[in-house]
Design a protein around this ligand. Structure first.
Ligand code: 3Y8
Ligand code: NAP
Length: 248
């Protein structure tokens, strides 16, 4: 059994620790989105595969027998490519995915179908927006230049940002409620923008928003293919054991 673990999330790091503890033959894969990703206890590759065909070629050349997709719920491109490549190559695939956040008492959420729908859901009047969605999609908000944007990014931006009135905070999660509440108060935030990532790493801003009585514009997750889904590392280990029993 030789496993490709598609990473980039807390769950992927937990899965990596489990695989390493069991001395399993695994390659960990990062997209290469950040300058200094967290080191993993497994042999690690960094960078794209070159689409579905590139991934299929990788599976064959590396003699991968199973793929665990532990990428982020919003990493739809990778998950869709993994499903297509594994289907073509008849390599078993499972997705390790954390449950979505559910709105709770005291939350003031507006649910949007995706990130693209959020800019036009913002108020017309100039406001102070906490954009905690990374850097890849902040350009969408250029259509709403009247606002001040607080951007939390993993790395200092290398190029000019597509927004004018911004304040950048460079920080890597997981975050805590007290820190996020202080950040929002210090920057007099009026609205929080988030994607329904689930998990603990990005949840603090939602609890801080509830504490401060701030509205949250929440993007729903993309729909992903595949019917083998696990929510814990143990479930993945069980699936692999079952696969091994099947002689796969
Ligand atoms: C490169 C690997 C681990 C994984 C830690 C998790 C938790 C901390 C919270 C906020 C939200 C956001 C963002 C976030 C969190 C964890 C997890 C998570 C959100 C690293 C990492 C990589 C990335 C990529 C990065 C994205 C961006 C998203 C920032 C490493 C640190 C906003 C998602 O600047 C960029 O281009 C950043 C891009 C994709 C979302 C986006 O669309 O911009 N993650 N994040 C992975 C790779 O190269 O394959 O550098 O160590 C991983 C983590 N980020 O092992 O403990 O599991 O979610 N990551 C979101 O959830 O909204 C921050 O600020 O409140
Ligand atoms: P994406 O849009 O779904 O993927 C775009 C392309 O990036 C993929 O087609 C693939 O390139 C490459 N890629 C993505 N994940 C990869 C991986 N683990 N290993 C190798 N190549 C990968 O991905 P994304 O949303 O930019 O996320 C990139 C990474 O950040 C993922 O590992 C994800 O888990 C992590 N992350 C994302 C978010 C988020 O909000 N999107 C949050 C936290 C962490 P090729 O087509 O060339 O193969």
């Amino acid at each position: 059994m030789r496993i490709l673990l598609l990473g980039g999330t807390t769950e992927a790091s937990q899965m990596a620790t489990c695989f390493a503890a069991n001395d399993m033959d695994v390659v960990f894969s990062y997209a290469g989105r950040t300058t200094a990703p967290i080191a993993q206890p497994l042999p690690t590759r960094i960078g794209g595969f070159g689409g579905v065909d590139g991934l299929a070629t990788y599976l064959k050349s590396q003699k991968i027998t199973h793929v665990v997709d532990a990428t982020h719920p919003f990493a739809a491109g990778m998950s869709r490519n993994a499903h297509a490549a594994c289907t073509n190559a008849a390599v078993p695939l499972i997705r390790l995915e954390r449950p979505a956040w559910q709105v709770g008492i005291g939350d003031n959420w507006t649910l949007l179908p995706d990130i693209e729908a959020i800019p036009r859901a913002l108020p017309d009047a100039p406001s102070r927006i906490f954009l905690a969605i990374g850097k890849q999609q902040i350009g969408l908000f250029a259509t709403q230049p009247q606002h001040h944007y607080l951007l939390r990014l993993v790395d200092q931006p290398a190029a000019a940002l597509p927004l004018t009135d911004t304040k950048v905070v460079v920080a890597r999660g997981p975050f805590d409620v007290a820190g996020d509440a202080a950040l929002m108060r210090d920057h007099q935030i009026t609205h929080v923008v988030a994607k329904n990532s689930g998990g603990q790493g990005a949840q603090a801003k939602l609890e801080a928003a509830r504490m401060l009585g701030l509205p949250v514009l929440m993007a729903q997750r993309p729909v992903l293919p595949g019917d083998s889904i696990a929510s814990t590392a143990d479930e993945v280990m069980g699936w692999l054991g079952h696969e091994a029993d099947r002689g796969v």
